[in-house]
Write a protein of this length. Structure first.
Length: 99
């Protein structure tokens, strides 16, 4: 199992977007406002993936992705966009659908 450096991800998100991590679970990290989320790679601690909420505006997505990419590169990681996601309330639980 690969070590998941949550502090590296937290610092990268904070530097790039000035957002804090709201929630982390298993291999997913959710920043405040959920405009995007970060996924750890299962086999490499140098590869990180980014999903954007389906409602994120294209210009905002491009700007956020560029800032995150630069921030992760400073910390020795590659960031790759992986798609979009939606969040749905299911009773007291939240369902994440990756598109």
């Amino acid at each position: 199992m690969i070590f998941r450096d949550l502090e590296k991800v937290r610092a990268s998100i904070k530097e790039a977007t000035d957002l804090d991590v709201a929630y982390a679970y298993d291999d997913l990290v959710f920043p405040e406002h959920a405009a995007f989320l970060i996924e750890f790679d299962a086999e490499s601690d140098k590869q990180i993936y980014c999903y954007f909420h389906e409602d994120c505006l294209p210009d905002s997505k491009t700007e956020i992705l560029d800032q995150l990419t630069q921030s992760f590169q400073k910390r020795g990681c590659r960031l790759a966009p992986k798609g979009t996601f939606t969040l749905n309330q299911k009773g007291e639980e939240i369902e994440i659908r990756f598109v």
